[in-house]
Design a protein around this ligand. Structure first.
Ligand code: CMC
Length: 432
């Protein structure tokens, strides 16, 4: 992928840095030898201008609102695919044949259960524990229950990778439903011989005395929303998974780190924060003016949740699809939600406001996803767990790229030290 070079003049020295061009024309200056040749590093707080890897999974063009998984536009996947098929595509790079799809589905089904011993871990968690805290602990614990798969070297036995990936996707889904039931004091349900999303709804909503009956519209909406979360290039949690994986850590351990990164309110936790914001606007009978005014103060704690994106400086294509789907899903389910009207009004108000226009702040994936989760009966504190279920294929695909890269190095950024220069130790008695 290297063609021309870029010239950097520094300290009266000229050095040539190779230029890299990606398959969609993305340009980068390869700075790997910069420090060795000049003593300088590039300073890029938050890595907004740093390519940390080459990846073939997802292409994202934030200026033009483009998102493609393995080349396929997200809009086409949203229209024609379903979560499990897209998960296969994201992980393995190609849309599955009928047989591959069937085998993958079977592997997910066979690995849907959570071991009895592992179920007992729930007893140690308080009922009011944050769902993401339980999820990250249990995803990490998978390494203890599958020690034979707790490796970063699957190259000799690729079937073992297939198994580890299926365990991760299927059990993160089952654990998510179990967390919901645990926090409500409800008995766990056993997975059944059902498609992925129907099984999730059964695990969540069946009762020992009454089976959950699948509603096609609900299953379809769940499929869509999980698919929309399936991958998103080098976001905070995916980069975390890659970073942890680069140390040689196994898949489950790396995924647990990803779950933790996702939990933050600026990342996956934003879907909870959006819902809380919409609910407050509703309860206060406000029109959102207070939130918009507060967001314009520039304080991080007052941001308009569900707005803005580190990479999209245009509409987030996922927000377009999910925003449109909200009305359709509510319609199909014969429901209405006052929070949808509030969200739409808030969006209109923000999009007319100079503060948001000049900073190119548009609704992101989290702005409307909660409306769909709510329509499906999923409580607000479970929203980020739903994001994690959806994002698991992307994390796995990225972890695999790291683990299978024979030339990969451990992720180890540098820093500009701004602390005290060298000083000598002062004995306690002489300290003022
Ligand atoms: N409300 C108000 N102001 C904002 C917002 C917002 N939601 N987002 C960014 N800004 C301001 C920011 O303060 C900065 O202002 P100034 O130029 O005056 O200093 C300007 O807009 C540019 O910000 P940025 O550099 O583009 O933002 P960032 O890359 O540091 O942060 C973000 C990206 C997503 C963390 C941020 O937009 C945010 O906090 N949004 C709200 C939380 C949210 O919805 N997160 C979900 C992201 S999408 C799902 C995911 O990938 O996890």
């Amino acid at each position: 992928m290297q063609s021309k070079t870029a010239t950097l003049r520094i300290d009266d020295k000229e050095i040539a840095l190779p230029v890299m061009i990606g398959t969609e024309g993305e340009k980068a200056v390869d700075a790997r030898k910069l420090r060795q040749d000049t003593g300088y590093i590039f300073y890029d707080q938050g890595y907004g201008n740093t390519g940390s890897c080459e990846s073939a999974v997802t292409y994202l063009d934030g200026d033009n609102g483009i998102l493609r998984h393995r080349g396929y536009p997200i809009e086409q996947l949203a229209e024609h695919s379903e979560f499990v098929e897209t998960a296969y595509l994201v992980i393995y790079g190609e849309l599955p044949t009928q047989e591959q799809r069937k085998n993958f589905g079977n592997l997910l089904r066979e690995n849907a259960h959570v071991e009895t011993q592992m179920q007992r871990l729930f007893e140690g968690f308080p009922k009011d524990a944050p769902p993401m805290a339980i999820l990250s602990s249990l995803v990490g614990a998978l390494a203890a229950y599958y020690p034979q798969l707790a490796t970063n070297n699957f190259e000799k036995d690729l079937q073992q990778f297939d198994l580890a990936a299926a365990i991760a996707i299927s059990k993160i889904r089952t654990l998510g439903a179990m967390i919901y039931r645990h926090t409500r004091g409800l008995p766990f349900m056993h997975p059944k011989d059902l498609p992925f999303c129907d099984n999730f709804l059964h695990l969540m909503f069946s009762e020992p005395y009454q089976e959950y009956v699948s509603i096609p519209e609900v299953t379809q909406a769940l499929n869509l929303i999980l698919l929309m979360h399936s991958d998103h290039e080098q976001n905070c949690s995916t980069s975390t998974v890659r970073m942890v994986g680069s140390s040689g850590a196994n898949l489950f351990t790396s995924l647990a780190a990803g779950v933790n990164a996702l939990s933050g309110p600026l990342h996956g936790g934003a879907n909870v924060a959006v819902m809380q914001m919409l609910q407050s606007i509703h309860d206060e009978g406000d029109d959102g003016t207070r939130f918009i005014a507060a967001a314009k103060s520039g304080s991080k704690g007052n941001r308009l949740m569900g707005f803005g994106h580190a990479v999209y400086k245009n509409f987030d294509p996922r927000a377009r699809v999910i925003g449109k789907a909200c009305g359709v899903v509510l319609n199909k389910l014969g429901k209405s939600d006052p929070l949808l009207d509030i969200a739409q009004n808030l969006e209109q108000a923000a999009l007319k406001d100079d503060y948001f226009i000049s900073r190119k702040l548009y609704p992101n994936v989290d702005f409307y996803s909660g409306i769909i989760f709510r329509a499906l009966g999923i409580p607000t504190n479970m929203f980020t767990v739903m994001f994690a279920i959806g994002r698991s294929p992307g994390w796995i695909a990225n972890w695999r790229e790291v683990a299978s890269n024979a030339k990969g190095r451990i992720y180890r950024p540098r820093q500009i030290f701004v602390g005290s220069p060298k000083r000598d130790y002062v004995p306690m008695a002489k300290r003022s």
